[in-house]
Design a protein around this ligand. Structure first.
Ligand code: HAM
Length: 532
């Protein structure tokens, strides 16, 4: 008998149900509208890529690549690895295991699941020879070693990873499709899930969602950085998380005045932090100075920070450990080590912010957890989120495209953490309620069902969410269901209504009822439309 098992979503992942999903859609739709107004086009990217792509761009020493990626290989490669481990662990030469492994390698080479290289073919032939030569107990050890040597040196192809972020994929696609030949800057946005094996907590999930945007091209003009941030703040204002947005959800577009004064974010608890982390010219000497200073205070730091002194000293600045804060404040600051070009870039960025009325807080400790950044970095925090309060992070990554084998290219972008945005909207009472249903059509009698179906179609056509019970229900029961479903109106169709050519429309919140003709009904509902 099969065991009865109740499946649940696995740790760190979750379902987003209606009506919450409707609010998610509104936020994502707002991003599309705002970003497209700034000239961005959507790029739809794969959810998995070669692991190496992320290791090279995000950085092999980062937490994301070092311990949080979901990596996997194709099934057949996994089987080969399994058989290899099996052979390795049995301390005698094991003929059936080798035969099974040879069959798998042959299959994988034929179907090109592992690279069809000369070297792989040669190693397969060598395995065949070893398997066919006569077996004698004294040779077993050597034969086993030879088998393992061949299979361990076979190229089983790249491992894949669920994407932990999408900037690397955007750069890969930019190169793969020769997008540098497009006129002007290439401006792209993406919306979708990302995966990191982090310890789940409020605002931190293993499958989470980002809304991101990237600008790639030949220029690193600070106006590009500032316009990107301007766009971000417009987005936050539109969804109700910036200044000029009150409670009640997605707002109509903001029209910035000449001074762009509507982009002050602090008033609602949204804070923009920014920094410059220098470039390839000036950062190495700063990192060396920082490392030297850290070595001197090593014993005042906790184990995580101590480990980072060697692997990635900049990340020590990110520490939230209370007892380390005073020590960190006394460390050398990147701002004092910037080369003249980076210094100028940062000064011009501040001017560009001022031109747009953008108010942010410069924070020398904002180094971000990904290795590809140069110069401008920024983060936005929002209220109601506890420790995981960064709703957006981004920065410049000049040189990343080159690092991935493309032409010299400048780049800047950001990613908004949608889960955290939704949490912040909910916790600060800024989520507009979405009625699951605008009009619940209650009908009684065979003739009424036909009217109900026809009217429902018209109303749906006009954009209303309409429910029509599939089976006849008593009016009282049907009104009760409409109430429980949170419908705004009940449209009542019975024999009397059909005879009179007027339908009863009942507002469920206060039971106010109107008798309306079909034309009046559409007109009335359209006038009372709640954009939700
Ligand atoms: P990131 O700072 O790693 O940057 O992520 C951006 C945002 O994604 C964070 O601020 C946060 O809101 C959200 N986020 C990250 N991890 C989680 C998680 N485990 N659960 C929930 N939300 C999370 C990047 O990913 C860069 N690719 C951004 C970028 C684009 N830089 C340049 N272009």
């Amino acid at each position: 008998m099969t065991e009865k098992k109740q499946f649940r979503a696995i740790k760190g992942v979750r379902d987003i149900l209606p009506p919450e999903s409707a609010a998610w859609n509104r936020v994502e739709q707002t991003a599309r509208e705002v970003f497209e107004a700034y000239g961005y086009g959507e790029i739809r990217l794969p959810i998995f890529e070669e692991t190496e792509l992320f290791a090279r761009s995000v950085g092999a020493e980062t937490d994301i690549v070092g311990k949080e990626m979901y990596t996997f290989q194709d099934q057949i490669v996994q089987e080969i690895v399994f058989l290899r481990e099996y052979l390795r662990q049995s301390d005698v030469y094991y003929e059936p295991g080798l035969k099974a492994l040879i069959r798998k390698v042959e299959e994988a080479l034929t179907s090109a699941e592992i690279p069809k290289t000369e070297d792989n073919t040669r190693r397969l032939n060598r395995l065949r020879e070893l398997s066919n030569s006569p077996v004698g107990p004294p040779q077993d050890k050597l034969r086993r070693q030879n088998v393992l040597y061949e299979i361990e040196n076979m190229d089983l192809g790249p491992s894949n990873a669920l994407r932990p972020e999408a900037t690397a994929s955007v750069c890969r696609a930019y190169i793969e499709h020769g997008m540098h030949t497009r006129p002007g800057n290439v401006k792209l946005y993406y919306i979708g899930p990302m995966f990191r094996r982090e310890r789940p907590q409020k605002g931190r999930y293993r499958q989470f969602y980002q809304i991101g945007a990237e600008v790639l091209g030949q220029s690193d003009a600070p106006a590009i950085d500032a316009e990107l941030v301007e766009m971000l703040l417009h987005f936050f204002a539109r969804i109700g998380l910036g200044e000029g947005s009150a409670a009640g959800g997605v707002k109509p577009p903001l029209h910035a005045g000449a001074a762009g004064g509507d982009l002050k974010v602090a008033a609602t608890g949204l804070t923009l932090f920014y920094n410059s982390i220098g470039c390839r010219e000036c950062r190495p000497s700063y990192v060396a100075a920082l490392k030297a200073a850290l070595e001197k205070v090593k014993d005042k730091l906790g184990p995580d920070s101590q480990r980072r002194i060697e692997a990635n000293p900049l990340r020590v600045l990110d520490s939230k450990v209370e007892s380390e804060q005073a020590v960190i404040e006394s460390l050398p600051r990147i701002t004092d080590h910037l080369c003249p070009a980076c210094h100028e870039h940062l000064a011009a960025l501040k001017q560009q912010f001022a031109l747009r009325g953008i108010e942010g807080t410069e924070n020398w400790r904002l180094v971000r957890g990904l290795d590809y950044y140069t110069r401008t970095t920024f983060e936005i925090t929002a209220p109601g989120l506890g420790s995981q309060n960064a709703v957006c992070g981004g920065g410049r990554y000049d040189g990343l495209v080159e690092l991935l084998g493309g032409p010299p290219t400048k780049g800047i972008g950001f990613a908004i953490g949608t889960d955290r945005v939704m949490l912040s909207l909910a916790e600060t009472g800024r989520l507009a309620d979405t009625a699951a249903c605008d009009v619940f059509v209650t009908w009684m009698g065979a003739a009424a069902q036909g009217h109900a179906i026809r009217l429902a179609r018209k109303l749906r056509d006009a954009g209303f969410r309409v429910e029509v019970p599939a089976e006849e229900m008593k009016f009282r029961k049907s009104l009760d269901l409409a109430n429980r479903m949170g419908a705004r109106y009940a449209l009542i169709i019975g024999e009397n209504e059909i005879a009179a050519g007027r339908y009863a429309l009942k507002r469920l919140a206060d039971a106010v009822q109107k008798e309306l003709t079909e034309g009046e009904l559409l007109e009335f509902l359209s006038g009372d439309r709640v954009i939700g």
